[in-house]
Design a protein around this ligand. Structure first.
Ligand code: SF4
Length: 265
């Protein structure tokens, strides 16, 4: 796999672009040094689950855990061990481990489904990148981000992004489209983007078509132009069109004052 660009060159992160899609104003404030983010319930479970899955991919690829080439239950055993390691190391006192285990069990079943009949080394070969940072040139703008997981299945590369919250298809499509673009830049391969929503122990898979991908990429190009215009003062960033988002925004009590201060609105 080729190396991606340096993270120091980054103009925008994937998360900047996603934020600008949700609320251009919040993106603007965050780039002006104001701490701004959306918060949702279950964040500590989500980040714990991400840590376990990252540990899982690392253990699978880098450790000699398995006695035999065709050891049974490789995926299940590695997940158990990863869960245990992270629970011991991370001191996640606020994480409900029972809830977290439900998520891990669901994703374990998904991994078992796609690795069925494969040998240990074939399974190892599938997990090609986990929690890896990248920086790529997106039509003249350097974008940086982090993959949850890249899976190689025969000739295909599957980009897997885990979500432990409700579906938000339009915004999630932006993130996964940028990952797909990055994989093409880094590896030259057209990857298949997959979002895995793990909610209440139930797993839903969402795959995007090429047509949807092309449309989303055009939307991202337009959004990035707007983001540059906001920062250079050529355009005033609007508030989110979905005002219910304001209930989850860290700026909900200061937004009005900040708009007055920055734009006199
Ligand atoms: S309070 Fe609403 S409009 Fe203001 S920055 Fe947050 S999400 Fe955007």
């Amino acid at each position: 796999m080729e190396k991606s660009g340096s993270l120091a060159d980054c103009d925008f992160s994937v998360s900047d672009v996603v934020t600008a899609f949700k609320c251009p104003l919040q993106f603007y404030f965050s780039r002006k040094g104001i701490v701004a983010h959306f918060y949702y319930g279950g964040k500590s479970v989500g980040s714990f689950v991400h840590k376990v899955l990252s540990e899982f991919a690392n253990l699978l690829v880098t450790h000699t855990l398995f006695e035999s080439e065709n050891e049974l239950n490789v995926v299940e055993n590695t997940l158990y061990r990863s869960f245990y390691n992270v629970a011991i190391k991370s001191k996640s006192y606020r994480t409900n481990l029972e809830d977290a285990w439900q998520y891990i069990k669901s994703i374990g079943a998904y991994f078992e489904g796609i690795t069925v009949g494969k040998s240990t080394s074939e399974i190892r070969d599938m997990f090609i990148l986990s929690e890896r940072s990248f920086s790529v040139n997106f039509f003249g703008t350097q974008i940086c981000g982090r993959f949850d997981l890249l899976l190689r299945d025969e000739r295909k590369i599957r980009i897997v992004d885990y979500k432990t919250r409700d579906r938000d298809p339009e915004v999630d499509a932006v993130q996964i489209a940028l990952y797909k673009y990055a994989v093409k830049q880094i590896t030259g391969v057209d990857a298949e983007p997959v979002l895995l929503y793990i909610l209440d122990g139930e797993l839903k898979e969402e795959v995007f078509t090429e047509e949807e991908y092309s449309l989303v990429i055009s939307g991202i190009r337009k959004q990035i132009k707007d983001m540059k215009d906001f920062l250079s003062g050529r355009k005033v960033p609007e508030r989110t069109v979905d005002r219910t988002l304001c209930n989850h925004c860290s700026l909900r009590t200061s937004c009005k004052v900040l708009r007055k201060k920055f734009f006199g609105l």
